[in-house]
Design a binder for this molecule. Structure first.
Ligand code: GCB
Ligand code: CA
Length: 891
């Protein structure tokens, strides 16, 4: 009986103890819902009492999701305010409550119940704000939280300028983190408080070191027990405990000396262990804090001659960089898209992610750990620095935050900083001052390097440079980091593809001891633009495929090239860019809504080991053009496969077998008007089937077997353009021949700055979504003729002046271009007559034809007595121009 009673008491004590323990566990609870947002200048606390309208929003949120896409240059860069009521449970009174931000762009001030609780600088790293001193537990625990976020330019905060949009807002998750007063130190640099390394790893044995700091703000807890438990698939592998005296900030270290037969982490087998660390009150056994971290056993090495090695085996790192935005969402994308992107890179066959140009959502590296991708992360010091103490401090702070927040990810092997920092140095006209600037860049680089090696001696450091080898070498930026990255665009912005291979060999010759990584290479590929005669800068998908083919081959042939990181995984927002798809950089292997382009299929065909086959269409559901005499259209089609040979059948008829080269097989298929079925097969019976619609324009316009219905012609163009959302196919111009259609006379527009070799104009044509059509034009045409049969037609003429009297600012990243281009502006004036009648008089750049603005005219035309339709251009001053012509038969 007595015994029973004792057991009972023990049981009760145990229940009490465990419930106490549970109550003290670390809480992480999202606080994303039910926020109010106001964009504007009012300041705190006035904005809480003024009559302003607040908008209900959810986090992640950005205030720039729409203003970056419109035709008005620029986007709102200023202050945005968020407010909400947080209900705090009474039992958090004796605990530490943090507001944890995964990222807010770019400066943040947090107010709680009328008091400033914290601030943060920098848009891409996380931070924890201890709000406990400001919380109220009366009034049912209702607390007023107000947050100011500001994304305006600040000369002391990187990035100063860059080829991406600086979306403002609380664009990543916000959490409440509740810890005991004694907790792993998350108070500084948003770090984890627990730092795990694996000093020794081999196939047979591994050791683990766990270091960290405990922040002990509890008054009567002085003896602590720290425990580290290593688990694999929920089985405890090892456990270590340490008792320590604690007051304020206390450092601890625990070690597992020998873990036998560790399951190694690698891209093919991303084995993850779980490392749980706890703090307990040594006297009472009470659990005070608990955190869990991933752990992967792997070892790695870069070798300047042989490339990269993982777990003792050579591994060519191949992958891409990622930006964090998505179509119509800006950077407020949530974890799902971050995870989806990492999965897409894995499904491409990639084994490496460059997290560029800034640290991203924690979900990204967590996904890399899980799926088996190695990674580099960097801070956003891009293009240039400001030579101030404040800029240097902010940069160093970001580097520290980045390292401490991401330290435990097995996927991370490189910490980087300074992307193309010598791209556009200031003081162009003062070489002495410029040298001082270069010295300051060097100094900051050295400081960031030292800091990084001190924070984490177990990973590599890297600086990614642009292609000016001599300059980076002279300034010393190739000496400081352990690895040198090059962002190379030969055959895109400058020169020819072959220059890429020459550059790699030069690095190897001149810096034989420095491992080389190609941190960027890419070419614009507007998924709507296709060409059978691809040209540099035409933005066609086909040019990009050629470019990637050359680059990948060159890197695979050179063992000393450790890594290949395509720029970029997906198309991304860059507000300043004004090209075929204004405000978008379309060097992505995926579109901005993550649809695969041919370039993505190209990597799949080269990297995947399971049988792979895909017909390359890059989203083209409509193909076609001018039919031949048999009312058929001959179309080039690429089939991507990792098999030696592939076969293609069109509408049930086999058209043959082709050998693949670098994963590509080229076919010419004959398409019939309307729907066509293409089936590509490998020897193993693996196949890809697609349905495409072919829109054919009869060669002879009065054909009875293929009656003419409509045609959309882009003048001065050799490309096909599929306009969205109507799937309207625009085709290249052609010279007039009898019975058909085409131009008579004239030449194609080309940029006056020949060093740049642009295809058409790079201007954003305002007032239209048909930018590619307007960006090319024919100049000095006499006429444009359609030998159409009699009937009622609708004719649309599109004009845009492509040169202006203002010098054009060249895109900063267009390294081949001068910074400004003086255009050869001439006043022009012309009449347009249709079937002999002047319809548009005195069209010119001194009146309605303003530079880079779309002008279109739609007219009804009756063709009778075999008149056909003839458009005549009569120049008055200089030459006539026209950019696009559409003709539609009504009946
Ligand atoms: C670069 C930059 C990157 C740009 C890219 C481009 O060198 O590092 O930020 O987006 O070129 O597309 O021009
Ligand atoms: Ca997140």
């Amino acid at each position: 009986m007595r015994n029973n009673c004792l057991y009972f008491t023990l049981l009760i004590t145990l229940i009490i103890l465990t419930s106490v323990a549970r109550a003290q566990e670390r809480i992480s609870l999202s606080a994303n819902s039910d926020w109010q947002f106001y964009k504007g200048k009012l300041s705190y606390p006035a904005l809480l009492t003024q009559q302003i309208s607040w908008e209900k929003v959810q986090i992640p949120h950005s205030w720039n999701t729409t203003d970056v896409n419109d035709d008005v240059p620029g986007y709102y860069r200023g202050s945005g305010w968020y407010k909400k009521h947080l209900v705090i449970p009474a039992n958090w009174k004796n605990r530490k409550v943090f507001l944890s931000f995964e990222g807010a762009n770019q400066t943040t001030v947090i107010f709680v119940n009328g008091k400033k609780a914290g601030t943060h600088i920098g848009g891409y790293t996380g931070f924890n704000v201890d709000v406990s001193p400001f919380l109220r537990f009366d009034q049912n625990g209702k607390n007023e939280i107000t947050i100011q976020v500001d994304n305006r330019y600040n000369a002391n905060i990187p990035p100063l300028s860059a080829d991406f949009t600086f979306f403002g807002g609380l664009y990543r998750d916000v959490y409440l983190t509740v810890a005991g007063k004694t907790h792993f130190n998350i108070d500084k640099y948003g770090g984890k408080g627990v730092f795990i390394t694996t000093p020794l790893v081999s196939d047979e044995k591994a050791s683990v070191s766990i270091k960290g700091d405990i922040n002990n703000a509890a008054e009567n807890v002085t003896e602590l027990i720290v425990t580290a438990t290593l688990k694999y698939k929920n089985r405890v592998i090892a456990e270590q405990k340490k008792q320590l005296k604690s007051d304020g900030l206390t450092h601890f270290e625990l070690n597992f000396e020998e873990i036998n037969n560790p399951k190694l982490w690698s891209p093919t087998e991303p084995n993850l262990y779980q490392l749980i660390t706890t703090i307990r009150n040594a006297k009472t056994g009470e659990l005070l804090d608990q955190v869990s971290n991933p752990l992967g056993f792997r070892w790695f090495k870069f070798d300047a001659a042989k490339g990269f090695f993982l777990n003792g085996k050579p591994l060519k790192l191949i992958g891409a960089s990622r930006h964090q935005d998505y179509k119509n969402l800006g950077n407020a994308v949530g974890d799902e898209i971050a995870i989806k992107d990492v999965r897409l890179l894995k499904e491409m066959g990639g084994n490496f992610l460059r997290v560029a140009h800034y640290p991203q959502d924690p979900a990204v590296l967590a996904a890399c750990d899980q799926l088996g991708l190695l990674a580099a992360v960097e801070i956003p010091v891009v293009n240039a620095i400001t030579e101030t103490e404040a800029f240097a401090n902010n940069s160093k702070n970001m580097q520290r935050e980045m390292i401490r927040q991401n330290y435990n990810h097995p996927s991370v092997i490189i910490w980087a900083y300074m992307n193309e920092v010598l791209l556009r140095p200031p003081f162009a006209n003062d070489s002495t001052r410029r040298e001082v600037y270069f010295k300051n860049v060097f100094k900051l680089a050295q400081e960031l390097e030292n800091l990084t090696r001190e924070e984490d001696p177990n990973r590599y450091t890297m600086i990614p440079n642009h292609g000016n080898f001599a300059l980076y070498n002279r300034i010393g930026l190739t000496k400081i980091p352990m690895l040198v990255g090059w962002n190379l665009y030969q055959g895109w912005y400058t020169g020819k593809y072959t220059g890429f291979a020459t550059f790699l060999d030069m690095h190897h010759r001149l810096l034989p001891d420095k491992p080389l990584l190609v941190t960027e290479y890419g070419a614009d590929a507007d998924s709507r633009i296709h060409s059978e005669q691809p040209l540099r800068f035409d933005k066609s998908v086909e040019y990009a495929v050629q470019y990637h083919e050359f680059y990948l081959k060159a890197m695979l042939e050179r063992p000393f090239v450790a890594a290949a990181m395509a720029w970029n995984l997906a198309d991304f927002n860059s507000e300043e860019r004004v090209e075929t798809d204004p405000h978008i950089n379309n060097k992505g292997l995926l579109t901005i809504d993550r649809k695969p382009k041919d370039t993505y299929l190209f990597y799949q065909a080269n990297l995947l080991t399971v049988p792979f086959i895909k017909i390359g269409l890059t989203g083209r559901t409509v193909l076609g053009g001018v039919a031949d005499g048999n009312n058929e259209f001959r179309q080039q089609i690429k089939v991507y496969s990792n098999q030696k040979t592939v076969s293609l059948a069109v509408n049930g008829v086999p058209i043959g077998k082709q050998t693949t080269s670098m994963g590509i097989a080229n076919f010419t298929v004959t398409l019939l008007p309307g729907s066509n079925t293409l089936i590509a097969t490998t020897g193993h019976g693996k196949q890809d089937q697609v349905e495409v619609v072919a829109r054919l324009i009869p060669k002879i316009l009065n054909s009875e077997t293929l009656p003419f219905s409509d045609v959309n012609i882009s003048l001065g163009d050799t490309r096909y353009f599929l306009a969205q959302p109507a799937q309207e196919l625009w085709i290249p111009e052609q010279a007039y021949t009898k019975g058909s259609w085409g131009y008579v006379g004239g030449t194609r527009f080309s940029m006056t700055d020949t060093s740049r070799l642009s295809f058409g104009s790079n201007k954003n044509i305002l007032g239209t979504a048909l930018d590619p059509v307007y960006q090319t034009q024919r100049i000095g045409m006499d006429a444009f003729i359609f030998d159409v049969p009699d009937g009622e037609y609708e004719l649309t003429l599109h004009f845009a002046e492509l040169v202006s009297s203002e010098p054009q600012k060249a895109l900063a990243y267009d390294l081949g271009a001068k910074t400004t281009v003086n255009e050869q502006f001439k006043e022009r004036n012309f009449d347009v007559a249709i079937n002999g009648k002047t319809m548009i008089a005195n069209l010119g750049n001194k009146n309605e034809l303003k530079a880079a603005e779309a002008h279109s005219y739609k007219v009804k035309v009756t063709a009778t007595h075999n008149s056909g339709i003839k458009i005549n251009f009569k120049p008055i001053l200089d030459e006539a121009i026209i950019n696009g012509i559409q003709l539609k038969k009504i009946y």
